[in-house]
Design a protein around this ligand. Sequence first.
Ligand SMILES: [Zn+2]
Ligand SMILES: [Zn+2]
Length: 350
Amino acid sequence: MKGDVKDMKALVKYGEAEGAYELREIEVPKPRESEVLIQIKATAICGTDIQLLSGKYIGRKPVPIPIVSGHEGTGIITDIGKDVKGFKVGDRVVFEPLKGCGHCLDCKLGNKNMCYNWEHLGITCDGTFAEYIVVSQDVVHLLPENVSFQNASCLEPIGLTVRSLEHLNPVLGERAVIIGPGKIGLFHLQALKASGVTEIFVIGLDRDKKRFEIAEKLGASVIINGSKEDPIKRVMDLTKGRGVDLVVETAHSPKCFSMAIDLAGPKARISTFGLYPEATIAPLSIIRKGLTICGDVALLTRHFLRAIRWVEINKVLAEPVITKSFSLAQSEEAIRVFKEGSEGAIIFEN
Ligand SMILES: [Zn+2]
Ligand SMILES: [Zn+2]
């Protein structure tokens, strides 16, 4: 405390260079008229945050420096601007990381995730790896009473899963493959199962041992270790050579994009999350099999609200997927563990 200015801990990226970030004491932000101040209770670490901290994130615009990273979070309102309606101090809330400009064609078409002038927590403005955050009331939602802060910490990636399932459109009795048993893969596993997909094959590597155990508990039909066997041969054996109806590609390896196409059966839908700039694919197989391949970024309010519902009704939960929890003071250790790439979800709790 300096006078009446309160300080807080925050993980700040202070330069362009790799590793130019540190835990700092900075001023607690003040909410403007239509903003709320939230004390962060839990915030999950996402690949994007690590890319940004490592100076490897390529966004639509340069990342402002300094910036507090992190974009998946939940907490308690501790102050509100004078024009805020529908929220009060003490409310348990969660917030969407993305806000569109509201004026451009894409915002007006209902696709704020395509807005060129979007604001995104932890990418264009200060994010969640701090004790407090200020956000616009437009993106804040009340947390149902039965939803824990741990479960709410991952509502953004669960919202991405909602968006992905909108594209995949699973039908009762279909079969699916999930490539990559990280948190996005494990949220898909829960959502596809709850949607009536009867067989779900999960593909990973040796280092995914812990993630395989979670996938097994969450009801994966078959676990396929790509370090030990050929995943394409195995899936073809399991489906009598036809392939599956749904493929979720969440592994960050360019090889996996062509693998997704090889695993897909006739009229399959493929949802892709791997953020690599290039991969080689054969258009012929897309055409011959009549495939639909979907990509997208971030999420819309309807996806976020549906994600809250999924957690509220205990169908898709973060708690079974969270394998490590750290304090902000342990951020160095948390980032090191994240980079090893063998945990489920990793969160900070305050
Ligand atoms: Zn994220
Ligand atoms: Zn816009």
